[in-house]
Design a protein around this ligand. Structure first.
Ligand SMILES: CC(C)(COP(=O)(O)OP(=O)(O)OC[C@H]1O[C@@H](n2cnc3c(N)ncnc32)[C@H](O)[C@@H]1OP(=O)(O)O)[C@@H](O)C(=O)NCCC(=O)NCCS
Length: 173
């Protein structure tokens, strides 16, 4: 029976293989990786789906970011990467991972989620284009966001940055 579970340290190798398989070479040069830096993902939101043979066929990760708005910084989640093995795409696996992890994020008090992706896919989960600037090169049309709490995206526009604690760390001599 297929099942979703939180990613464990021992799953790392299998999940990295899955990301290498599904994304083009050089994925770590993508702009979203610049925001993640060396910071670890949010463990409780990183999930994988195992199939009947106990093989990981889908995975999703999240990182914390902040958005510098005119009214001050706000925290947000950066969704991604999310990937499903090519032989298992179209079965609703990514949808399960996205919906389950978003439900946990909401329950843990996160208010908003940002991602870089295809609007035709993510709009089914309530993601819409957002005026948030990610590091270059990012196509602004692919920057999408979703409020997990009513109104949490209202007036949220600005530059996406690593979380404040990382900045403090970087600023330290
Ligand atoms: C995108 C991805 C995660 C979707 O996983 P999945 O488990 O196949 O997705 P689901 O089964 O939940 O949804 C499948 C549906 O989404 C559609 N879909 C998939 N990718 C899409 C895209 N980029 N744009 C529009 N629709 C898309 C499929 O056509 C299918 O439509 P249908 O329900 O009408 O048949 C998977 O294709 C993948 O791993 N791709 C490579 C890595 C990648 O691009 N990740 C996303 C980075 S933002």
């Amino acid at each position: 029976m297929r099942r979703i579970a939180q990613e464990r340290p021992e799953d790392l190798w299998e999940i990295e293989q899955l990301f290498d398989l599904t994304f083009a070479p050089g994925r770590t040069a993508l702009s979203s990786y610049q925001l993640r830096g060396d910071s670890p993902p949010i463990a409780e939101l990183c999930m994988c789906l195992r199939d009947d043979f106990d093989v990981i066929v889908g995975a999703i990760r999240y990182w914390p970011i902040r958005i510098a708005t005119d009214h001050g910084d706000v925290d947000a989640l950066l969704l991604g990467p999310v990937a499903v093995h090519p032989t298992r795409q179209g079965e609703g696996i990514a949808a399960e991972l996205i919906l389950e992890s978003l439900a946990i994020a909401r329950a843990r008090g996160w208010a908003r989620v940002v991602l870089v992706g295809d609007a035709p896919y993510y709009r089914r989960f309530g993601f819409t284009r957002a005026p948030i600037q990610l590091p270059r090169p990012t196509n602004p049309e692919r920057v999408l966001a979703k409020a997990l709490v009513k109104g949490a995206m209202e007036g949220v526009a600005g530059k996406a940055l690593p979380p404040a604690n990382l900045k403090e760390r970087a600023d330290r001599p």
